[in-house]
Design a protein around this ligand. Sequence first.
Ligand SMILES: C[S@@+](CC[C@H](N)C(=O)[O-])C[C@H]1O[C@@H](n2cnc3c(N)ncnc32)[C@H](O)[C@@H]1O
Length: 195
Amino acid sequence: MNPILSQVLASARDRHVPVIDDDSREILIRAVEEVKPRRILEIGTAIGYSASLMALNSEATIDTVEMDDTRRQEAISLWKRLGIDDRIHAYLGNADEILESVVEGKEYDFIFIDGPKSKYLSHFLICLPHLSAGGVVFADDVLYFGMVEGEEFIPHKHRTIVTNLRQFLATVQADERLECTIVREGNGVAIIRKK
Ligand SMILES: C[S@@+](CC[C@H](N)C(=O)[O-])C[C@H]1O[C@@H](n2cnc3c(N)ncnc32)[C@H](O)[C@@H]1O
């Protein structure tokens, strides 16, 4: 991996900043290399690690949304160090409130959903009309520590997330306009292609 990104990953782990795990990272890079997107949308920038991976493995321009400005500023500094800042635009705000205006009038061929797990479905439904035919939505952590497909008791604090992720997966799997593959590695990834 790029040595700057290796440092960023170590620092994220030290500080408990949530970034994509190693299993999902490799799946994400493979998906980006396969789709060869020109325009990417990301929900959940954090400190810019996954956006950097996508930028360095494609020629795409990226729009990314983050509500924590300290993280967003750290991301922008990282992209400058990597020389990819001219291809990434970081929107500041709550995706629930700003996502519609971010995507308005735009089309993306790759959308990485990695914001609040309980909002995957609502964010997906906002994004879907803005996904090109043949484009891919990549959603991370959809199996949520095995709780989404498991039969075990779900602790109260995780119930909304698990219920909403189940609803998200059921919705995309039932939609005949979409092809959904679930990769059961790590916390699970959904790769959803618009036909
Ligand atoms: C899992 S982290 C993203 C990790 C990043 N994609 C990576 O792999 O490097 C999720 C991020 O979403 C942000 N977030 C949570 N709820 C949000 C919301 N409603 N709108 C925008 N950002 C949100 C959090 O602040 C956090 O930085």
